[in-house]
Each structure stands twice: as structure tokens, then as C-alpha cells.
Design a protein around this ligand. Sequence first.
Ligand code: FMN
Length: 456
Amino acid sequence: MSTRARKQIILAAYVGGVNEHTAWEHPDAGSQIAFDTFRQVAQTAERGRFDYFFLAEGLALRERAGRVFEHDIAGRPDTLAVLASLAAVTDHIGLIGTLSSTFNEPYELARQLASLDHLSGGRAGWNVVTSWDAFTGQNFRRGGFLTREERYTRAEEFVRTVQELWDSWAEDAIVADKQSGRFLADDTVGRFSHAGAQFDIEGRFTVPRSPQGRPVLVQAGISPQGRDFAAANSDLIFSPFSRQPEAQEFYADVKSRARSFGRNPDDLKIIPGAGFVLGDSRADAEEKARHILEQQLSDKAVQVQFEQLWNRDLSAYDIDGPLPSIDPDPEAPPIIQGKAFIYQDRFETVRRWRALAEEKGLSIRGVAAEVSARADFIGTPEQVADALDAFIQNDGADGVVLGGHVTPGGIDEFVDKVVPLLQERGSLRTEYTGSTLRENLGLPVPERRGALAATV
Ligand SMILES: Cc1cc2nc3c(=O)[nH]c(=O)nc-3n(C[C@H](O)[C@H](O)[C@H](O)COP(=O)(O)O)c2cc1C
């Protein structure tokens, strides 16, 4: 480790919704859609001085061979509605939502996010995803027409346009002088004009400059295009790499990309999703983790995971038997619809899984357990605090998004038992230091580009 100052760990909490990591049969598991579920998680995270509450987005009900996933948990209410309602019952915690740049319009999204920033007193953030599949696209009459490259082309211009809209009001545009009756500083407020290949819009933006100037920008995507997009534009990256050595490699790669875009790499924070299991001893925690994994790896969840990779009906295979010797069939219509495909190369992944099964004598379920084991931090509270702190201080990441396997009480014991230990060692704040999400994350406020306002 270098001699630089101890990094402050960034913590976020999320409610998983439709997710194979959720043990929905657990006796303590509750609703995935009731307001109280979201309220409980956000308020507990705020008690633990977490930086932000985070929501992923699912815009379609997943299907297998034309039938809806039975093991999916109903409930992924609209992101902005959830975050706006949480703004009213929390005071400090950031509220970051995932919203697609493929299925929205810049004016609409800029308006919603700026409004959330106002309503929450400067706590809004946007995780920009490009969404990947034609199946989801059908809900928006855009089925399949955007390739990955085109999605990022649209995302780039989308983000730029949204920023132009946010920048269209100066901080001091509103005078509101009751004596003189003068409300606005001048007539340029909110004026924008954007002419590009993707969007050609002009007019006036309806929402005055919000407390953060620009809500915090997050990106989730790991392709070279996704990494460059994040390195050039984002404040945070939501990454899937919570383990070494992939985590450190990804960290070093995107920080150096940020440098090559002329940015200070410290202004781009890397936050993977991660899980934890606590016990009275390491053996106790490992036993608990095994039990949780068994609940998560139901026969259906495992079948779906394998069928998605193979793109074949594998229902004839015994989940506790050997891996299919048959090859994947990428050319067939997708058997699994609406689920994010997280593998870079289908054939290479199948090769890896087969080698793993061979090496360790694993069944289909055994391989699923190995490749999807979610709990990255397992042990006593002291061991988990040590491991998490070492992971952050050694540049595996700048923080983690924690998802409890049980909703909504999953993060309670982390907040009660691990947070105080991290605070004792100086790796986690004991009080919120700023009033906006940006301030709490230690991120600079981007300069307002007011060229248009100045010239009209
Ligand atoms: C960690 C992670 C989380 C993601 N979460 C979502 C999500 O909640 N909703 C969504 O539509 N896409 C999500 N995506 C997918 C992105 O939308 C993106 O389209 C996809 O990863 C393809 O981009 P890439 O080629 O750069 O990886 C996620 C991707 C990653 C890596």
C-alpha cells in the first residue's frame, strides 16, 4: 500500500427486485414493491452514513421460452417514483437511479432528475445504462434497432444534451425581488439549442439550476465502449468486479482511461456490487453463506443461468449431474428474454465452466454456486471490516453497493456491526460531511457551460 491518506469507503445500498441473488423464500423476506421496504433500507443505510441508495432498472418481465419467469419476484416499481418518495423520508443519503438512455428522451429525463435534485436538496444521481436487448425494446417500439455501438453513440449525445439542459439556467437566474417585482435576472433563462445526429431540440428548460448543478452521473457497462464512456463522462462506475484480480485490473484500466481524457482519476469512483455474510466465527459465517446460496440457487434459477449461456432448452439435464456436452446455439432465437447477458464471450465462458467442473468435480449446480457466489465478504464483523477495508485501500474499488440477500432487513446487521468498526479505523465517516451527494462523495461540481445563455 502507498503512503497516501486512507481512502474513505463509499457505501451504497440497494433493493434487488427481480434478481436471482434474492432469497425470496426466506421467512424474513418481505415485499419487493411496498414503500415500507424501500423506506426501511434507505433509512437503515442513512443510519450507517451510507453515501447513497441505489436502484437498478428492469423495463420488462423476463421470460423463458415465451413464459414469464416464475421465480422472479414481482416488483420493480418505477425508479423515479421510488426515489422521489424516499426523498421525503430521508435527509442526507444520496438517491441514485438507473435510467436507460436508449428508451428515454433527454428533455424528459433531464427534467425529472433536476426535479429530484431540487426535491431532495441535492441528492440525485443517474446511472446511465444503454439497455441491451430487443425484447425489452419491444415495450418501447424500438425492438432491436440499436447495436451496442449505436447505443453508446446515442448515450454519449444523450448525456451531453442532458448536461446542456441542466446548464441552461445560471445559479443566480432567479432574483425574486418582491420589492421591485423583478423575478428573473434576465430573459436568457433556460434557453437551449441542441442540434446533433441523435437529437435536434431547442426551447427553454423548465427546471431552474438544481442544488448539485448537475446530478451525479454513474455508468454501468464493461465493454471498451462502456469504459471509455465512463472515463470521459461519469462520476461513478457501477462495476461487477468485486474480487481480485479482476477488480484491481478494472480499477487501474478505467482510472488510466480517465487520465487520458484529461481528468483527475480521483474524480471517477469505482463501486462494484458486493454481498456479505456475518457470523460468530468464520466457520459459522461460511455455513450461513452456504445455506443462503442454496436458497438462491433454486433449480429454476440454475436452469435459467445455464440456458441463457447455452441458448438452448436444458430442461432434460439433471441439475445435480454433469454439464451439457452440447455446444451453445447463439443463432437460435433467445430462449431467455429480458435478463442482462453478462458474459463477454459465450463459447469461452462455456469452456471455462467445463474446465472448472472437470477440475473440481462439479455438477451443474456446483458450477452455478462457484460462478455466482455473491457473498464476497464472509466472516465475523471484524473479519469483514478488515477484508472490505483492505479491498478498498488496495485499489480494488472505491466503495461497494451492498445488497442484502433478504429484503428489506439484509443490511441491518452490517450497519449495526461492521459500520462502527470501519468508523473506528477511520475508513468511514461518522457524520455526513456535506449537504449534497457530490459533497459527500468528494466530487467536484462540474463547471457550468453557459455559452448559449451568454450569447443570446
Ligand atoms: C453492473 C451492471 C449493472 C447493470 N444494470 C443494469 C440495469 O439495471 N438496467 C439495465 O437496463 N441495464 C443494466 N446494465 C446493462 C447496461 O445497460 C449495458 O447495456 C450493458 O452492460 C451493455 O453495455 P456494455 O456492452 O458496455 O457492457 C448493467 C450492466 C452492468 C455491467
